[in-house]
Design a binder for this molecule. Structure first.
Ligand code: SF4
Length: 148
């Protein structure tokens, strides 16, 4: 692991991940299956995904989303799998139009909060701290896309 992820790495000179982090998705499917969660959608994403799957907005919302307060999230089957998770390939059925929240994993503010938060997320995501080096500027660009 090239990045120093010890708590002592947090200084006034920058965030604890200032030297960058590694990530390469292993396509295990863990993040898309087996648990209930929230994948927030904006109106543009709702329109794009509905079009991609060939459904009207109303039908798409009914089949694939849940309303949480004033926000809309993708929903899951009873077993916790995202309704767009392909169990056979462990892939995403809407990959080209997947939501911002999925595109920016694992560089979410909640994961970047501390080395401990990153380490906790890593327990279920084997791609974290593996593969390609992602520099600070790219981490911050992704973290700014959606606040998760
Ligand atoms: S849990 Fe991590 S490695 Fe597995 S599919 Fe999701 S992002 Fe990729």
């Amino acid at each position: 692991m090239s990045a120093d992820t010890t708590p002592e790495a947090s200084t006034d000179e920058g965030p604890w991940y200032k030297d960058g982090l590694k990530f390469k998705c292993s396509q295990c499917g863990n993040c898309c299956s087996g648990f209930e969660g929230f994948v927030w959608l904006n109106q543009t994403e709702i329109k794009e995904i509905a079009e991609f799957v060939g459904k009207g907005i109303g039908e798409f919302k009914l089949d694939h989303t849940k309303t949480v307060g004033r926000r809309i999230s993708l929903t899951e089957f009873k077993n916790g799998d995202c309704t767009f998770f392909d169990g056979a390939t462990r892939g995403c059925k809407i990959y080209p139009v997947r939501p911002r929240q999925c595109r920016t994993w694992p560089f979410w503010n909640s994961n970047l909060e501390s080395p401990e938060a990153w380490a906790e997320a890593k327990q279920t995501c084997p791609g974290m701290d593996k593969g390609s080096f992602v520099p600070l500027a790219e981490i911050e660009r992704q973290a700014a896309i959606i606040n998760v």
